[in-house]
Design a protein around this ligand. Structure first.
Ligand SMILES: Cc1ncc(COP(=O)(O)O)c(C=O)c1O
Length: 348
């Protein structure tokens, strides 16, 4: 059921969700304080809740996933260190080079199918100053992403995540997980959140994607790292005041919107299967594992296809010149998927 008025089928991203009436009610009733002073009870409740769900000591509420990732990088590296991540990761592609501009780090990139790194790939990408006659920077942080967005929303096998953390730690690096869509990975894999992130030192979880909150991410880890992160949140301008209003939306999302992510995954699969049967488009079905469908436009550019879909009331995002992306979320119904399939058919 669509919870907000609108006659478009907005598949551009799961970030477009609107707070639902019960979420708005929870926000309006939130007890608040000044979180920069550390006395907002609802923020404290959210932080303890997420740390508990992930089996870690502490958590920090921050305005965005980008800030969360970059606080994690800043808190676990020194200026001049190097980080390792996938060539298609959000940290590398879509965060404005903040690993360099804010943390002063260089980056070593790993390739791999579906936006995923292998432990071997990570091992090969790690460079250490010691033994290099000071030619190499010191890699101090390995960053994985689950689900892997530009990897099609793919979900890592648990052994690969464990293996990546093992390689990181053996090389005296910390391990960070960009879990913007951690709960999509949890629901899609059936692995519990604490088990999934067991070996990671820090994890960033977004509340404002599939979970449906309007704003906010939570950075989770050990007490000492989160306490350092508190300082960098301030430096990056992310200290918020009566942010319990926003934290209440996050708590509501975690209490109500995790299990239902499976509906988004089922709808994405149905859309992907239907599009894959159309002659002008291809979809690698193997990679459709959560709420995203990356569609290769075999005839016409992504822009042309997106415009044709838009003229039929269906919005998608253009990922490259030839790929459009459709993302299912809280406000996408079965009828919307029918309409999207018809629009793709008519846009060939
Ligand atoms: C995998 C991933 N990480 C991080 C982010 C950043 O989140 P935000 O838009 O809140 O900065 C996104 C945003 O889409 C994302 O897809």
């Amino acid at each position: 059921m669509r919870d907000y008025p609108g006659d478009r089928v907005d598949l551009r991203s799961d970030t477009v969700t609107q707070p639902t009436p019960p979420m708005r009610e929870a926000m309006s009733k939130a007890a608040v304080g000044d979180d920069v002073w550390g006395d907002d009870p609802t923020v404290i409740q959210l932080q303890e809740m997420v740390a508990g769900m992930l089996g870690k000591e502490a958590a920090l509420f921050v305005p965005s996933g980008t800030m969360s990732n970059n606080i994690a990088i800043k808190s676990q590296t020194n200026h001049g260190d190097e980080i390792v991540t996938h060539r298609k990761s959000h940290i590398y592609l879509w965060e404005s080079g903040a690993y360099a501009s804010l943390a002063g780090c260089s980056i070593s990139l790993v390739d791999g199918d579906w936006g995923q790194m292998s432990p071997e790939g990570v091992q090969n990408a790690i460079r250490k100053t010691a033994g290099s006659n000071s030619h190499f920077p010191d890699c101090k942080l390995v960053c994985a992403e689950n689900t892997a967005n530009v990897g099609g929303g793919s979900i890592y096998q648990q052994e690969a995540l464990d293996g990546i953390c093992k390689v990181a730690h053996e090389n005296d690096c910390r391990a960070h997980l960009d879990g913007a869509r951690l709960f999509n990975a949890v629901i899609g894999s059936g692995t519990g959140p604490a088990r999934m992130v067991r070996d990671f030192d820090t994890i960033s979880v977004c509340l404002s994607k599939g979970l449906g909150a309007p704003v906010g991410s939570v950075l989770v880890g050990d007490r000492e790292t989160i306490s350092r992160s508190h300082r960098w949140r301030k430096t990056f301008g992310g200290g918020m005041r009566q942010s319990g209003i926003l934290a209440a939306a996050g708590i509501h999302a975690l209490e109500n919107n995790i299990e239902r992510l499976s509906e988004d995954h089922i709808r994405a699969s149905r859309l992907a299967e239907a599009i894959s049967r159309m002659s002008s488009f291809s979809v690698e079905l193997e990679g459709v594992q959560s709420n995203m469908v990356y569609v290769q436009c075999d005839e016409g550019s992504a822009k042309e296809v997106a415009n044709r879909l838009a003229s039929r009331g269906v919005d998608v995002s253009e990922e490259t010149d030839s790929i459009v992306r459709a993302v299912t979320h809280l406000h996408i119904t079965d009828e919307d998927i029918d309409r999207a399939i018809e629009a793709f058919e008519a846009s060939q």
